[in-house]
Every structure is written in structure tokens, then in C-alpha cells.
Write a protein of this length. Structure first.
Length: 139
């Protein structure tokens, strides 16, 4: 099964009324379960992932998009402050948020030095592949 198919499957599962789903195909097996338990982000060294190319908007802001389907977290833990807030100055490579996918925490980093002008992610909610999460004004 291709990675895009897996992400699409997860997104469809999240949007459905199903609580458990298991698929087995040749050597591939996936088990999805939701509901009843509240998930909390784990504190672990998050692997580095490739951020999709940030794109400049008409207003000159760099758009930072979700590199995969997952759950958006503004902070490393519920009782900690968010990585960035609206109006914060950020450095290129600075962590903006986490996206959890398949129990893996993935850091999203700023593609440029700049000022955070828009935060479109909501902590604890599902984000889609290529969804705009931040707009950063380069400076």
C-alpha cells in the first residue's frame, strides 16, 4: 500500500463513525482504533521530516503546510506554552509545532527567518496533507 493511500485511509477513518478498523493485505497490516481514550503527545526526540516547499502568498508571506495527515499540537505537552504565538519572531529551522502521525511526533520547522503572521492549526485537531498551518513574513 502506498504512503498516500495510507494517509487517505487514516483521514477517512477519522471522519467516519467507525471506532476500530483492521486491514490485512499480503504482508501489509494496519490496525486503527479511536474513541474513549484521550491521546496526549509524548515527549520524545521527534524525527526530522522534510517540510513541503513553503510557498509565497500574494502578501509575501511564506506558507508552511502540513507534510502529512496527522494531529496538530501547538506545544510539546498540554501544560507547556506553545512553540510559537502570533507575532513571534522565528529563526529558520525553529520548531513551529508538532504533527503526530501513527504514534510518531514530527516537528515542523520554519523555512525562513521571520514573523509569525497567521496560525491556522488548532491543537489536538486533525490536519490534512498540504493544509496551510502557518504564514510567516520573511525578514
Amino acid at each position: 500500500m502506498e504512503q498516500k493511500e495510507i494517509y487517505d485511509l487514516i483521514a477517512r477513518f477519522e471522519g467516519s463513525s467507525l471506532t476500530v478498523m483492521e486491514i490485512e493485505q499480503d504482508a501489509f497490516k494496519i490496525h486503527l482504533e479511536k474513541g474513549g481514550r484521550e491521546t496526549q503527545p509524548i515527549q520524545a526526540a521527534a524525527p526530522q521530516i522534510q517540510i513541503p516547499q513553503a510557498q509565497a502568498a500574494e502578501n509575501g508571506y511564506e506558507k508552511v503546510r502540513a507534510p502529512l495527515v496527522g494531529v496538530y499540537y501547538a506545544a510539546a505537552a498540554p501544560d507547556e506554552p506553545p512553540y510559537v504565538s502570533l507575532g513571534d519572531r522565528v529563526a529558520k529551522g525553529q520548531v513551529l509545532c508538532l504533527v503526530e502521525a501513527m504514534k510518531m511526533m514530527n516537528e515542523l520547522k520554519s523555512p525562513v527567518d521571520g514573523i509569525v503572521r497567521s496560525i491556522k492549526g488548532v491543537s489536538g485537531e486533525l490536519v490534512e496533507y498540504d493544509q496551510i498551518l502557518f504564514e510567516v513574513e520573511p525578514c
